[in-house]
Design a binder for this molecule. Sequence first.
Ligand SMILES: [Zn+2]
Length: 539
Amino acid sequence: MTHLAHARRVIRRTIVAAACAAVATSRVAAQQRDANLTVPTLIVFVTVDQMRADYFERFLPQLNGGLGRLYRGGAVYMDAHQDHAITETAPGHSVTMSGRFPSHTGIVANALGVGDPRSPMIGGGGTGASPFRFRGTTLTDWIHSKDPRSRALSVSRKDRGAILPIGRSKSNVFWYATDGRFTTSSYYADTLPTWLNEFNAKKIPQTYAGKVWDLLLPAKQYPEPDTVAQENFGNGVAFPHGFPNDPTQAARLFTEFPPMDSLIAQAALAGVNGMRLGAGPQTDVLAVSFSTTDAVGHRFGPDSRELHDQILRLDRYLGIFIDSLYKLRDSSRVAIALTADHGVAPYPELRAAREHKTAERVDVWPVMDRVVARLKAAHVDTNAVVLEEGMVTLDHAALSNGGLSPDSVLNAVVAALRRVTGVSRVDRMRDLTRADTARDAVARRWVHMLPPDTHVEAVLSLAPYAYYQGVDMATHGTPNDYDSHVPEIFYGPWFIPGHYGQRSTVADMAPTLAAVAEVTPTEPIDGRAHLEAIRKPAP
Ligand SMILES: [Zn+2]
């Protein structure tokens, strides 16, 4: 960043901070009820899968539901990040309510997330899932250790989206099975609660058989082109998009359609009713993770008309959800937070055409083929050098036994990967720990990513907007800002509304909510409470 740009940014931050301070003073003076501000009986933590922060700005005039309500009336952190390198669903969800980076939650990637065959799903389906890889505690545990009456409910389409915000506690954690039911795994329970069995019996997904997803608003209100050949793997790129005619197939593919998010909201409300969640006097926790934005974003990309329509529909569903929740529970006792597990990058070819640049597709496999050939020649197991999700690991014993020096093998791999087009950098881990992590975001995000016992020796970062060869959907997962930049919003009587310009991480959210619930994290955390956004009770 140039000095001028830096100065401008500092000035902008100062103005925002001053404006927020003014808002704070006037409100504290005006609102006598601050004297009565008491801890929430319900904390609602909303995670939108794959939601970029800029969607709020882009669609704001049309957001008159829940997203608009939270954005206009909440404490909004404009420069918030999932501040780690592998910006995928599992690591992102592990940060949301733990206040800790993946280097401390132990959740490094989706493939090393919640899958657990020892914990089969109730009623069958899938591999089974549990939080056995998750380390440490979450907001739910901190609240529970203060008041054992406190309970948590978590609902998501995805197992990892439901499990990881809660951590290891055997709470009420439910996700969508592809046969149209919500279920849990044997880690949590042997049977489903009555309220969930009753909800499942409605078979709502199956009722969508033969229906279509069409635009919510008149077509002229969508500036995006609808017919883009790159979308949806080249098939069915334009509205309307049909649900399968067969009810079983409609339930299976329901995950790709906007009403999946409505179903999540309805299941969460059924749980609030069924469990009497948030009825007090203790603080309960409701975690809700909406996944369709991720499904639509992958299939159609962040610049598509489909993504636009999905956000408008999520906005409406979330509006109905908040209105319904406020009918069930006193809104002055409900705190709401919203974030995302990661952002997303545009299709490289579409961005390149728009911005008159070259699309970069990265092919690292010729390098790895040469490594494998060298290992074979030395009669060493070809798994002695592994490149996975940008992480290079070595089997030192196997290499040494074959007469290869691990250090020289690693140097050769790092040097060869650095020469691949579209690779921004390849860092040895030992160099990253010495990097200026305050200024070097990519270095910082790798340091925040890897637990010390993972034995990763080097990490590869893609250049901004580059994709790996062969990836034919829009995707995310890099340490670049478009993947890390997410919304961070706090809403409810405890928070001073306004836009906050300072840099923030999603790890700041759990300690902020802990401050409002008047509980203390029971272990060291990485985030810091946003005390500047919290309204203090009048003296
Ligand atoms: Zn995704």
